[in-house]
Write a protein that binds this ligand. Structure first.
Ligand SMILES: Nc1ncnc2c1ncn2[C@@H]1O[C@H](COP(=O)(O)OP(=O)(O)O)[C@@H](O)[C@H]1O
Ligand SMILES: [Mg+2]
Length: 251
């Protein structure tokens, strides 16, 4: 059987879907299309703003912008550039974007596990009977001097439990966060079904901020799971494959 699950690339379209649901809405960081006016207004409101390609993936071409004492600083991978005015910053970002559409998103200060920033992948899959199930949670632990935690950007895959043990959160927080994220995953699956046909699986990228609040950074419609093979415990990988068999996911 061939893999069948719908794909939607546009982060902007998917964000609009998330915002339509009052329960999910609270989890979505403020997001606007990139233009000069929106850049200035986001930088007025937040100390850090993410500049992301609307149709991007794999953490590629993502720039973090931060306000500094003397203006602004952008960071692409590990390379930093300073600007004294928002006009200079805008010009450079605009040149970098070229003809690709870009989004601006409120920067979330990622919680840290053993000193490293991480975010969480919530894997949501539909059963043959059509019910959404959050089948796996795992984390992507990034490097403190990069802006994206993606596996392709040097991030490391860790189990949810191990990651949470490395944080400052109390030990009762992990099980409650797990329930919250699994419930959120199911809600996102149900909401996506109201907008488009044919989804069988989704992968939510969820940031947890230093206060323990969860934020949906994006929803992947073709979530990769091969990085999970790097874990000693292959049970999550096999669980995902067993749920994926009926829609043609074999790796
Ligand atoms: N608003 C944000 N605040 C903090 N970190 C972010 C934000 N947006 C993205 N990131 C970081 O960049 C990574 C990649 O961003 P994401 O939106 O998932 O795009 P991609 O499709 O490239 O994976 C995230 O996993 C996270 O580490
Ligand atoms: Mg992502």
């Amino acid at each position: 059987m061939k893999y069948k699950s719908s794909t939607i690339k546009s982060k902007w379209l998917k964000t609009q879907w998330l915002l339509k649901d009052p329960y999910i809405q609270k989890y979505v960081p403020h997001t606007l299309p990139f233009n000069q006016r929106n850049l200035i207004s986001m930088l007025d409101d937040y100390t850090s703003v993410f500049f992301k390609p609307t149709n991007g993936s794999g953490g590629k071409n993502i720039i973090r912008i931060r306000k500094t004492a003397s203006g602004y600083q952008s960071q692409l991978k590990t390379s930093k550039t300073s600007y004294s005015t928002s006009t200079q910053l805008y010009r450079d970002l605009n040149r970098f974007a070229g003809s690709r559409p870009y989004l601006l998103q409120k920067g979330i200060r990622l919680a840290r596990s053993n000193g490293k920033p991480f975010d969480i992948r919530v894997m949501v899959q539909k059963t043959k009977q059509g019910a959404w199930v959050s089948t796996a949670l795992f984390s992507k632990v990034g490097s403190p001097n990069k802006v994206a935690t993606n596996y392709n950007q040097g991030g490391t895959i860790k189990t949810f439990g191990k990651t949470m043990k490395g944080t400052d959160f109390s030990s009762t927080f992990a099980p409650s966060l797990e329930l919250e994220l699994k419930r959120l995953g199911v809600a996102v699956g149900e909401s996506f079904d109201r907008h488009y046909k044919g989804f069988h699986e989704l992968g939510l990228d969820v940031a947890v901020d230093s206060k323990g609040r969860a934020w949906i950074l994006e929803v992947n419609t073709r979530p990769q799971i091969y990085p999970l093979k790097a874990l000693n415990d292959k049970s999550l990988y096999h669980k995902i494959l067993s749920y994926g068999k009926h829609y043609g996911r074999f790796k």
